[in-house]
Design a protein around this ligand. Structure first.
Ligand SMILES: [Zn+2]
Ligand SMILES: [Zn+2]
Length: 190
C-alpha cells in the first residue's frame, strides 16, 4: 500500500494520468505517484529515442491561470522507498512550482494539476530532464533575461522597450555592433 507523500494518512489509489500510464493517485489532494517502470514504458511510446530532446523551454511566457497546489512546498518522502523527494523547479509567469522525483527509485510525484501543465509545456515525456543540470541552467538564464525584459518594459513602456529589444538584436548580430552601443551610451549619458 502506498501513502500520499504529502499527506501521510491518505492511501493512494489506482488511477491513470494518460492512456497507458497507470499511476497511484491521491483521492484527497489530487496528486499522483508515477512508478518508475510505468513512466519509462510510457515515455518510450511517446518519444523517438533517436531524436534529440526538444523541449519547448519558455515556461515563463506561458499564461495558464495555474495556481500551485497548496501542498507543493511540503517536503515529502518517496511512497515506495522512503527517500526524500528531490524538487525540480518550473517557473511560469505567475510563479513557480515543483515536480518531485525520488533520487533512489526515480519515481515521480506530481501535485494536483501539475501533469496538465507539463503537458502544455510539452515536458511530460521529459520529466527526468527537468532534474538535469542542463535544464536548471537553461531555466536560470531564461528567468534572468525575462526579468530584465520585464524591468525594461516597466521603465520605458512597451513601445520604446520593443524598439530597444529590436535594436539590441540588430546590434548583437552586426560585426560593428559595439559602435552602435557606444553611440547610444554617449547620447544617453549627457
Ligand atoms: Zn494527497
Ligand atoms: Zn523511491
Amino acid at each position: 500500500m502506498y501513502q500520499c507523500p504529502k499527506e501521510g494518512e491518505i492511501e493512494l489509489q489506482d488511477g491513470q494520468l494518460a492512456p497507458e500510464l497507470a499511476v497511484k493517485a491521491c483521492p484527497s489532494c489530487g496528486g499522483a505517484w508515477i512508478p518508475p517502470e510505468n513512466y519509462v514504458t510510457w515515455q518510450q511510446q511517446q518519444i523517438d529515442p533517436e531524436a534529440p530532446i526538444q523541449v519547448a523551454v519558455l515556461p515563463l511566457s506561458l499564461h495558464t491561470g495555474f495556481e500551485p497546489a497548496a501542498l507543493d512546498n511540503r517536503a515529502a518522502l518517496c511512497p515506495d522507498c522512503r527517500s526524500y523527494l528531490v524538487r525540480g523547479r518550473i517557473t511560469l509567469k505567475q510563479g513557480s512550482f515543483y515536480v518531485e522525483r525520488c533520487p533512489n527509485c526515480t519515481g515521480i510525484w506530481c501535485d494536483g494539476g501539475e501533469w496538465e501543465i507539463l503537458q502544455q509545456l510539452e515536458l511530460q515525456a521529459h520529466i527526468d530532464y527537468i532534474f538535469s543540470a542542463d535544464w536548471q541552467a537553461q531555466v536560470r538564464e531564461l528567468e534572468h533575461s525575462e526579468r530584465e525584459k520585464l524591468a525594461t518594459i516597466d521603465k520605458l513602456g512597451p513601445d520604446i522597450a520593443q524598439r530597444v529589444f529590436e535594436l539590441a538584436n540588430l546590434l548583437e548580430e552586426h560585426p560593428n555592433g559595439d559602435f552602435g552601443v557606444a553611440y547610444l551610451m554617449r547620447r544617453v549619458d549627457q
